[in-house]
Design a binder for this molecule. Structure first.
Ligand code: GCO
Length: 447
């Protein structure tokens, strides 16, 4: 038996996102978001599912917070739906939308759970998309105004803020691969969006500092890890590009005030350039208090001409996969965390998402998701190794507190440690919930 131990001051938590759990998309004055539109578009989401009901968390604050309390978490990460607060993205505030987040934050604080709030987890007001969305620099100003209102509104209650969740998904996945809302397929557009997200991030951090409020602010990129199949230069360079699409492209601007030149050159060969205006890079390069890391999967890959955007092809090494088809690759979690520390220093890191998709159903009221427990153990073991190697880990948040609307996969893919029956909306704590609860209490587990 090996004991895996964690520092006594490390925070434990669970995460969700507004569109994935709230439901009530047409209630209390919420405006339409690009995800409502995407879900209405035939063929975009499995089964034509949408977030209209989701987990109905909008109406179940007390029930859900009681579940968190039982779990024993220190921190709950959730996101604010921008169109609930500003139905058309700017201008008039929707007080009922704000009231919902106050109810939630108050319930968390009453139960000793710290809120960690993501300002943007993908539900852009449709009205802003109609004016060009993140391709239009006006959206940057609208976002900073929205963020400012949230900072002031929740000052004294919320001390941990995240500007953007997974900016790679917002830009490349949604505007080049077209797999998420708004579903565009245009590389120049994706690069524009990524750059404008960076500027919006930096200016929001500046705004937060000038307001002089208590608390910490960061952002939450998703990362992966491609290990080169061989030490041939072409394989090494292809993996470097694949990793940089998620890592350097989204870290260098924030930490170094520049884009990685080898990637700029690669995009230039495809006729694509970064639309940098005077002052942008200084705006983006703002010191942040922490970085949130979302990690799920990785694997081995090699060079292949014309494969994808970066001449990179995954190699199937026979790793086990979760039910969504992603490699289980805990080694990549360790590698990426130590790599980030080498590149960017010992910046404080919260693991803002890590988890697995297993679609186990309840049998006589119990969900025996042993495979999820195994995944958690493997990834927490990597995390513990990274801490021993000097990575500055502040906390670990599991994705997700409960099964929810998994974007283009609709309700077909379950990531929760709590099962949700989408017909009755009943919640059932899975075996992984009880395992995680015990781990949080003990701060160790055995393998
Ligand atoms: C995110 C993630 C989550 C997903 C999870 C599983 O952006 O934070 O996409 O919202 O549900 O990553 O795919």
């Amino acid at each position: 038996m090996t004991i895996i131990k964690f520092p006594a001051n490390m925070k434990w938590g669970a995460a969700t996102a507004s569109y994935q759990i709230e439901g009530a998309t047409k209630e209390d004055g919420r405006g339409k978001s690009i995800w409502d539109t995407f879900c209405e578009t035939p063929g975009k989401v499995v089964n034509g599912d949408s977030g209209e009901v989701a987990c109905d968390s909008y109406h179940r604050v007390d029930e859900d917070v009681a579940i968190m309390k039982d779990l024993g978490i220190d921190t709950y990460r959730f996101s604010i739906a921008w169109p609930r607060v500003f139905p058309v993205g700017r201008g008039e505030v929707n007080e009922k939308g704000l009231a919902y987040y106050h109810r939630l934050v108050d319930a968390l604080l009453e139960n000793g759970i710290e809120p960690m709030v993501t300002l943007y987890h993908w539900d852009l007001p449709q009205a802003l998309q109609d004016q060009g969305g993140w391709d239009n620099r006006d959206t940057i100003d609208a976002f900073v105004d929205y963020a400012e209102l949230m900072f002031k509104e929740f000052s004294g209650k919320v001390n941990k803020w995240i500007t953007f969740n997974e900016p790679w998904c917002v830009s490349f996945l949604s505007n080049y691969e077209g797999r998420h809302a708004p579903g565009n397929q245009d590389l120049q557009l994706a690069v524009n969006v990524a750059h404008h997200l960076h500027v919006a991030h930096g200016r929001t951090v500046q705004k937060f500092r000038t307001l002089g409020l208590d608390g910490e602010i960061g952002y939450a990129p998703n990362v992966t890890w491609y290990e080169p199949y061989s030490n041939k230069e072409e394989d090494v360079l292809a993996c470097q590009r694949g990793n940089a699409e998620l890592i350097e492209w989204f870290f260098d601007p924030v930490f170094k005030g520049s884009y990685p030149q080898f990637m700029v050159d690669w995009f230039a060969k495809k006729g694509v350039h970064v639309p940098i205006l005077d002052g942008d890079m200084e705006d983006i390069r703002q010191p942040i208090d922490f970085v949130g890391i979302n990690y799920y999967t990785g694997g081995v890959a090699k060079y292949k001409e014309n494969s994808g955007l970066f001449d990179l092809e995954p190699v199937d090494m026979g790793y086990e996969k979760t039910d969504i088809g992603w490699n289980i690759y805990p080694e990549g979690f360790y590698k990426v965390l130590t790599y980030l520390t080498e590149q960017y220093g010992q910046v404080p890191i919260y693991i803002t998402e890590n988890g697995s998709c297993y679609n186990d159903e309840p049998v006589e009221g119990r969900v025996r998701d042993d495979r999820r427990i195994a995944y958690l153990k493997q990834h927490l073991t990597s995390l513990s190794r990274s801490i021993e190697s000097g990575v500055n880990i502040k906390g670990y948040l599991s994705w997700s507190l409960m099964d929810n609307f998994e974007w283009a996969e609709g309700y077909s893919m379950r990531f929760g440690i709590v099962y949700v029956n989408y017909r009755t909306l009943e919640r059932i704590k899975k075996d992984s919930f009880y395992w995680f609860k015990q781990t949080i209490r003990n701060r160790w587990f055995d393998v």
